[in-house]
Design a binder for this molecule. Structure first.
Ligand code: PLP
Length: 291
């Protein structure tokens, strides 16, 4: 039997092997999903858009009324240390803050330190084949709560949505609420209509995606038209192109919807352009950047 070393994780101020990291069964993250989290993609050991992820963490913490246990500089320090301790260059840093350990009672405990956990896994990006051919999605009515703008660890709604896709052998479940596009179970969704990228507003029904923001910025810089506005279901499903965006998917074209080929069944020209500018915007290893 081969034994792989347990990866180093961060738990409450300590860097320890994952196999030794333990939390209490009374942790409110376990009991209630009472916590928030972030995922930062890391290219060539460089975190991508860390300030934006830390700003969103603060926003999520404010949204659940939990004090941030660390300054941005302290977060950056721990993140950098954890990245340096992993054997791989491209990573996905996951970190979560919960409301700590307390006797079970819905109301917030007083004077309880939060639990802070961080790990970093290899960054698994879409395959070349998925980029070239696009991916399949299924659609569903969005039945999640009304604070989808907070990146909370209470993800059961998203888990059930994602499983609908898994059951159908699809990559994602694209959701609609009251006839309007919201997002997918773990990604944002952007459409292309008559040569313009259209994306739903970042209101309480979707997570303000860092990749969505990156795509919007890159679109502006590249002179691609983009409109942020509500997108009706019929407009989304009749769009010229549909894309997914997330920290681990980057941008990915949707080419099958509910088992039927979508938009010709191949990624469109606007997607290919966005994918190219996105790749160019990613941090490069020093040797590549210097070349
Ligand atoms: C529900 C949901 N929407 C959107 C996103 C995309 O956010 P980001 O681009 O910051 O990864 C995610 C990411 O995991 C998500 O879980």
């Amino acid at each position: 039997m081969t034994q792989t070393a347990s990866p180093i994780v961060y738990l409450n101020g300590e860097l320890i092997p994952a196999s030794e990291a333990k939390i209490s069964v009374l942790d409110r993250g376990f009991i209630y999903g009472d916590g928030v989290y972030e995922v930062i993609p890391v290219y060539a050991r460089m975190p991508f858009r860390m300030p934006q992820h830390l700003a969103r963490l603060q926003r999520s913490l404010d949204g659940i009324r939990l004090a941030n246990p660390m300054s941005d500089a302290a977060w950056a320090d721990v993140i950098d240390t954890l990245i340096a301790r992993q054997p791989f260059a491209d990573q996905a840093v996951y970190f979560q803050v919960t409301r700590g350990v307390a006797k079970r009672d819905h109301a917030f405990p007083v004077g309880v330190p939060p639990t802070v956990f961080m790990m970093s896994n290899p960054l698994v990006l879409p395959s070349a084949e998925q980029v070239k051919r696009g991916v399949a999605v299924v659609t569903a009515e969005d039945n999640r709560w009304q604070r989808c703008d907070l990146k909370t660890t209470s993800l059961l709604g998203n888990v059930l949505m994602r499983q609908l896709a898994a059951d159908a052998g699809a990559a994602e479940t694209v959701m609609f609420r009251d006839g309007f596009l919201t997002e997918a179970s773990a990604s944002n969704v952007l459409a292309v209509v008559n040569g313009t990228i259209v994306a739903p507003p970042q209101d309480n029904h979707i997570l303000p995606g860092i990749t969505y923001d990156t795509a919007a910025e890159l679109a502006h810089a590249a002179g691609m038209r983009i409109e942020i506005r509500p997108v009706r279901r019929e407009e989304a499903l009749g769009a010229d192109e549909l894309w997914l965006s997330s920290s681990t998917k980057e941008v990915l074209a949707i080419t099958t919807v509910d088992g039927r080929p979508f938009a010709g069944g191949a990624p469109g020209p606007m997607f290919r352009r966005m994918w190219d500018v996105f790749q160019a915007a990613k941090p490069k290893a020093a040797a590549t950047a210097a070349a």
